[in-house]
Ligand binder design. Structure first.
Ligand SMILES: [Zn+2]
Length: 402
């Protein structure tokens, strides 16, 4: 799995580094130069734009491939998937939660094989940081969390946060001790879902989740699928609880579907509150269906990220485990077909390192940054997004992982 680079110090030579997006008579164009980057102990230590590596040092030839920051998948269910096992399509018409209850024991047994297979898939597509939602429920208890933790602790090629996720609800308090047990076992985030439609008690649900977060000093990541005014009310209350707990910067929403069909004024007000509470929003791009107002959220300062969610499971056979594909789909959904907006769209797949300033500069790569990056066969970020260019090599903290 991990191709460990033995040298503590290595030069990446002949690597294409973007320097600016500039305006020309024919529209914007990205400038990039073959460059050399010194990596020491997993971080960038020296960057020579337009220059070569000095002789007599350990050198890795990047073959002129483009340097991009590595990708993050902020919502994936590693613990309940068919991927890595025999092919199986969803069965239409079956109530999926009952189907999940039936299949959980079998899927849980398969975690060592299947979650490793998904992680291999994600990494091969350029993802090196993952947020994994793991069931904690009446069927499986905390076994899925424990099994996934064992898998991720055995791998150095991907950073994984495990969310203790009560997919089948809190069940009048029955699941709370199990969530606590999962957090003691090493899950670093407490999850939850639809406090209105699923739990049927918004206040008690949010109290339970935030109590656990504060007691165990962990983040919160909520699935909010409820549409319309119910979903907007839940969103508002989650923001209230975040502020009341002093949990600013530690709360994420996986989906915030009520925002998809909200009017612009409502979206603007929600975005401002989310940004004030430093809350993040994750979403999954798909063909068709509503999409949350990513441009408005991002413009207000909300960190928006992308996740695979389901990969070949009871709900969908279509997940590809490819965040660059999700960025490609996002750019199409919002009509971002020009050089600048294509380049900027990578922000949602790679986070802050992929941010371009309004004058067409990017802070990454800088000396001191973690050396987690991809080498892709493209001339610039815009091309890599539009063409979903092939990921030739993937590095995490200076070590080649794919
Ligand atoms: Zn999910």
């Amino acid at each position: 799995m991990t191709d460990v680079v033995p040298e503590r110090v290595v030069w990446l030579d002949n690597v294409l580094v973007e320097t600016a997006i500039i305006d020309t008579e024919d529209g914007a164009r990205t400038e990039a130069s073959p460059s050399a980057i010194k990596i020491v102990d997993g971080s960038f230590a020296e960057i020579r734009i337009g220059d070569s590596a000095p002789p007599s040092e350990a050198i890795v030839d990047a073959d002129g491939l483009l340097l991009l920051p590595s990708l993050r998948d902020t919502h994936v269910h590693l613990d309940k998937t068919f991927y890595g096992g025999a092919w199986r399509a969803p069965v239409p018409g079956r109530f999926w939660l009952a189907e999940e209850e039936r299949l959980l024991p079998e899927m849980s047994e398969a975690i060592p094989v299947r979650s490793n297979a998904i992680l291999d898939l994600l990494i091969s597509n350029g993802t090196t940081e993952v947020v994994a939602h793991c069931n904690v429920d009446h069927v499986i208890g905390t076994r899925n969390v424990e099994r996934v933790l064992e898998v991720v602790r055995g791998r150095g090629d991907v950073g994984t946060e495990v969310v203790a996720y009560p997919q089948h609800g809190l069940q009048d308090g029955k699941i709370k001790p199990l969530l606590a047990q999962a957090l003691r076992a090493g899950a670093s985030v407490v999850g939850g879902l639809d406090p209105g439609s699923r739990e049927r008690n918004v206040e008690r649900t949010l109290e339970t989740i935030f109590d656990l977060a504060v007691e165990y000093d962990v983040g919160v990541d909520l699935h909010l699928h409820d549409p319309g005014t119910l979903g907007l009310f839940e969103l508002d209350r989650v923001i209230d609880y975040t502020i009341d707990a002093g949990w600013q910067g530690r709360v994420s929403l996986s989906n915030a579907n009520a925002l998809a069909n909200a009017d612009p004024g409502t979206v603007a007000a929600a975005a401002e509150r989310l940004a004030d509470a430093r809350m993040a929003v994750g979403t999954t791009m798909a063909v068709g269906g509503p999409v949350i107002p990513i441009p408005a959220l991002s413009a207000a300062g909300v960190a928006v990220s992308l996740g695979s969610d389901s990969i070949t499971d009871i709900l969908t056979p279509f997940g590809q485990g490819d965040i660059l594909e999700q960025v490609w789909m996002l750019a199409q959904r919002f009509g971002w077909s020009d050089e600048r907006r294509l380049a900027q769209s990578l922000l949602f797949g790679a986070g802050e390192p992929a941010r371009w300033s309004v004058d067409g500069r990017r802070a990454w790569p800088s000396v001191g940054d973690r050396a987690s990056f991809l080498l892709v066969r493209a001339s610039c970020t815009a091309e890599a997004v539009a063409r979903r260019s092939s990921r030739e090599r993937v590095f995490r903290r200076g070590v080649r992982v794919s």
